[in-house]
Every structure is written in structure tokens, then in C-alpha cells.
Design a protein around this ligand. Structure first.
Ligand code: ADP
Ligand code: MG
Length: 485
């Protein structure tokens, strides 16, 4: 047992991408590569403009809160967190951090890590607005207001994780929840997920449930990828362990650091003692509004099927293995594609095979998203139908699959009479009897125990048909015909 136990708490920010408009303005909530195209006067803090709360953003937040087993508030309101930074045109961010009751409190979430079910307590989930984004160049900085006012959910966990592995497994679980519940694409490449990680270490012989035994908390800000979260946590555990071995640990103050991707280290930003005074006060332009029981009931009923439920269905109803089911539900878009294969009439095992092996393999190799993948489930059905009726072998099917996606033409274009597999029993029987008729010596040797000559007969049939004979049927007929002689 290691001498120290790490305590890790996460603050996970996730943009809500599935509303039409921003959280307090009518500007489009839409990820765009083109800067400053989704902006309204409210986002720019023009005098005289007033915020209007986006009901859909609140509905999705409450849904997330329910999925995390949190308690929902009776009233919703917001407050201003005041600070100056160029990405914050209003000079304050609307949030729910101190006085307002957040959209969720005191939850608990189960997640899977290394095949084991673990659980983490949720301190709170609150709804706020995102800031603009800054693009730094050599001697200038560009501001893009597209992101200003995008609804942002901040999830704060208790420090219940003990390793980077657990923290990342939880983040993956959360990403899946946000995707399956149609709350967010939760795409880190679009900057939709950002994390702050809090790490401390304590003596592992002490009771970890008593906060008095916890070590000094180090907060690492703005870690933008799950790989970054993993590396930042491991780096901090190692750094703090080394400090423990000297007497400097006890002098260490609570501090905020930032993750530096390039050097793979955390860098000191400020001590908690110099904490910024945000001068929080209630946003006067948004009246408190009541969350009715009827509304909560309605939201609860509308929670879509989540990954865990789909996985159970795949195992129990479709007979897939635990492993295959996990692979298929990992990304919602992949799981949706798989379900569409079933609805166009491909059976579950065949669909699972094609999706988990050929399709996911291809997407990974090309670093492609399935929404950009050419072959639709109904096109895939052309291929599986050709295999089923014996027109093509499974080896030919793979060739057709790649030809179709590479040339962006439907699979049926690559299956012609000339290269079709021969599965017709009477046609094959006639070819096989001809071959056997002229192989009397080999048949005699075969009958005398040289059974590996069977492959010779198969080879002759393949040669004769230029490899188009259906191998399974060919073998059946050869066996039957040899028995007769
Ligand atoms: P602050 O007031 O500094 O924001 P909080 O108590 O609100 O701190 O906690 C913020 C985050 O830090 C939470 O995710 C929480 O789980 C985590 N945290 C608190 N104490 C510790 C600790 N000793 N070690 C690691 N994480 C901690
Ligand atoms: Mg916050």
C-alpha cells in the first residue's frame, strides 16, 4: 500500500449545444468557425439591453440534474460574478455560484472504471454563461464573441476520486450522459468541455472521510482535454509526493496553477490567499421564477435512453457480448448508426460486426466522425444482402465496402454478374463432376487415406471458376460427390 492517498475533485464545464439560442440572448447557439457571426447586443453588453432566460437551457440543465440524482431547486435565479477580463464584455458573468440555489445539489453518480462500478458524490450543478474566446497571435489578440453567452453547465464533484484513471473514467461517463440526453455534443475539439482539477494527497493510514486529515488542495485551471486531465493529475500527485518527502509541504499554501500542455507541467498562478473578490450580487434584471412539480415531472418523463440502458438492451435482447455492446454505446452517434442498421433490417450480430470492426476501424484510421461517413445503413444492407443470397463472399464484401466508401458510390455498383460468386448448386455440381471425372488417380489416392487431397479438388474448382465458387457450398458438394464414387 502506498504511503499517500490522492484526493481529487473535478469542476467540469460543459457547454449546452442543443439549444437554438444562447442562455440570455436571442443569438444563435451554434458552433461556427467564422468569428463574430452569432452575436446580439445583449452579448456585447450594449447599454439598455436586458437578458431573457432561455427556458430550454433551464430544462436541459434540470434534466442533467435529475440524471445526476441531484435535488432540484424550487426557484431559479442568477447572480453576477464581477471581474474584468477582455473576454467578458459585460464585466460580469451570470452564474449561480453563491446565493442562488443551483439547478442541482447533492447528487451521486455511478460510473465504470476498469470493469468496476464506482461512485462519486456531486456537490452541485449550476447554469452559467460562457465567456468570449480569445485567439492570441504574435502581436495581437482577436476576440470572438460567438461563445459569449453560450449556456454552460458547471458540475462540481466532491473529492472522491483517488486516481487519474477514475477521474477520466468519470469524465467519459459524463460526456456520454450529455450526448445521450441530447444536452450537448460534448466535443472537446470544439472546446465544449473544459475542466479544473483539484488534487491533494494525504497520509493513507488516516481516515479519508474526515476532512481534517486531507492535505492542501491544489487547483489546476483550464485543462481542455481528457488526456490533459490525466497528465495534470499524475503530475500533481508526483510533485506533491516529492514535496511531502521534504519539510516544505507544510509551508505550502492552497494555490491555483495552470496546466501547460507543452511542458507537461503545472505552473503556479496565484495563492488562494490572494483570491479574487468577485463581489457577487443577485442579477436584478432576471426575476426569480418558480420551478413547478408538473414541469419537473414532465422533464423526468422525457429523459432519453442512456448508454447504460442501451448496453443492457444490446446484451439481453440482441445477444451481443459485453465487450461488443460497450464498443457500440461508447459514442452516441455510433450507437444510433447501429440501431439504424437494425431498423433497415440487418440482423443484430451482423450489424454489430460490421460497425465495431470495419466501420469503427475505418473511422479511427481516417480520424473521421461517423456523421461524415459515406456509407449509410441502407447501403450497408446492400452488402449484407449480397452475402446472404450468396452473390458475394465475405472477402468480396470487404472489397465492395472499401470501393464504395472510397469512390462514394453505392455498393451495388461494384457487384456485377461477371464477378458474382457462384452459389448455384447445380452449376457447381456440374463443374465438380467434370473435375472428378478427370481425376481418377487422385480419387484413388484420396480413398486410400491421402485426405489432404481434398484441398486439391477445392483448388481445381477455384481455378476453373476464377475463384468465384462459393467455398462453403463447393466443399459440401465435393464431399457428397466423393462419397458416391
Ligand atoms: P473553493 O472554495 O476553493 O472553490 P471548494 O471546497 O468549493 O473549494 O471545492 C472546489 C473543488 O475542490 C471541488 O471539486 C472539491 O471536491 C475539491 N476539493 C476540495 N477539497 C479538496 C482537497 N483537499 N483535495 C482535493 N480536492 C478538493
Ligand atoms: Mg464557475
Amino acid at each position: 500500500m502506498s504511503k499517500y492517498l490522492a484526493k481529487i475533485g473535478l469542476e467540469m464545464h460543459c457547454e449546452i449545444s442543443e439549444t437554438n439560442t444562447k442562455v440570455f440572448s436571442g443569438a444563435r447557439n451554434y458552433y461556427s468557425e467564422e468569428p463574430n457571426t452569432n452575436v446580439r447586443p445583449v452579448d456585447m453588453a450594449f447599454p439598455g439591453t436586458l437578458p431573457v432566460v432561455n427556458k430550454e437551457a433551464v430544462r436541459l440543465s434540470l434534466m442533467a440534474s435529475m440524471i445526476l440524482n441531484c435535488k432540484q431547486p424550487e426557484y431559479i435565479w442568477f447572480e453576477r460574478k464581477n471581474y474584468y477580463y477582455p473576454d467578458l464584455p459585460k464585466g460580469f458573468q451570470l452564474t449561480q455560484e453563491t446565493k442562488p440555489i443551483p439547478v442541482g445539489i447533492y447528487g451521486k453518480v455511478d460510473y465504470e472504471c476498469d470493469g468496476k462500478i464506482k461512485s462519486v458524490r456531486i456537490n452541485n450543478l449550476h447554469l452559467e454563461e460562457d465567456a468570449a474566446s480569445l485567439d492570441h497571435f504574435y502581436d495581437t489578440t482577436n476576440i470572438d464573441y460567438n461563445r459569449a453567452g453560450v449556456p454552460l453547465l458547471e458540475l462540481v464533484t466532491e473529492p472522491d476520486f483517488h486516481s487519474a484513471k477514475e477521474a477520466v473514467a468519470f469524465l467519459e461517463h459524463m460526456r456520454s450522459i450529455y450526448q445521450y440526453a441530447n444536452i450537448s455534443e460534448a466535443d472537446s475539439k470544439k472546446g465544449q468541455i473544459r475542466c479544473d482539477v483539484n488534487v491533494s494527497i494525504m497520509d493513507s493510514s488516516l481516515d479519508e472521510n474526515d476532512p481534517n486529515n486531507w492535505g492542501t488542495k491544489i487547483e489546476v485551471k483550464n485543462v481542455n482535454s481528457f488526456g490533459g486531465v490525466r497528465d495534470a493529475i499524475n503530475y500533481e500527485i508526483e510533485r506533491q509526493t516529492e514535496l511531502k518527502e521534504t519539510d516544505k509541504y507544510d509551508e505550502m499554501e492552497q494555490q491555483t496553477r495552470r496546466w501547460d500542455e507543452e511542458s507537461g507541467t503545472t505552473i503556479y498562478m496565484r495563492s488562494k490567499v490572494d483570491a479574487i473578490d468577485y463581489k457577487y450580487f443577485v442579477e436584478p434584471n432576471i426575476p426569480k421564477f418558480k420551478v413547478t412539480d408538473e414541469w419537473l415531472e414532465e422533464i423526468k418523463k422525457s429523459i432519453p435512453e442512456l448508454a447504460m440502458e442501451r448496453k443492457k438492451k444490446y446484451i439481453n435482447e440482441y445477444g451481443l457480448s459485453d465487450y461488443d455492446a460497450s464498443v457500440l454505446v461508447k459514442e452516441k452517434k455510433i450507437s444510433d448508426y447501429f440501431e439504424e442498421c437494425l431498423s433497415v433490417g440487418i440482423d443484430a450480430k451482423t450489424s454489430a460486426n460490421w460497425v465495431s470492426v470495419n466501420i469503427i476501424g475505418y473511422l479511427n484510421k481516417e480520424d473521421m466522425d461517423i456523421s461524415d461517413f459515406y456509407l449509410t445503413p441502407s447501403m450497408l444492407k446492400q452488402i449484407t444482402d449480397f452475402i446472404k443470397d450468396g452473390t458475394i463472399s465475405s472477402k468480396q464484401a470487404k472489397e465492395v465496402f472499401f470501393k464504395a466508401i472510397e469512390s462514394k458510390k453505392e455498393p451495388k455498383n461494384f457487384v456485377s454478374k461477371e464477378n458474382a460468386q457462384i452459389s448455384d448448386a447445380s452449376e457447381l455440381t456440374s463443374i465438380i463432376t467434370d473435375i472428378l471425372d478427370s481425376s481418377t488417380t487422385q480419387i484413388e489416392q484420396y480413398k486410400n487415406g491421402k485426405t489432404n487431397l481434398f484441398d486439391y479438388f477445392v483448388g481445381q474448382v477455384m481455378k476453373n471458376t476464377k475463384g468465384k465458387a462459393n467455398p462453403v457450398i463447393t466443399k459440401e458438394i465435393i464431399t457428397k460427390e466423393l462419397d458416391k464414387r
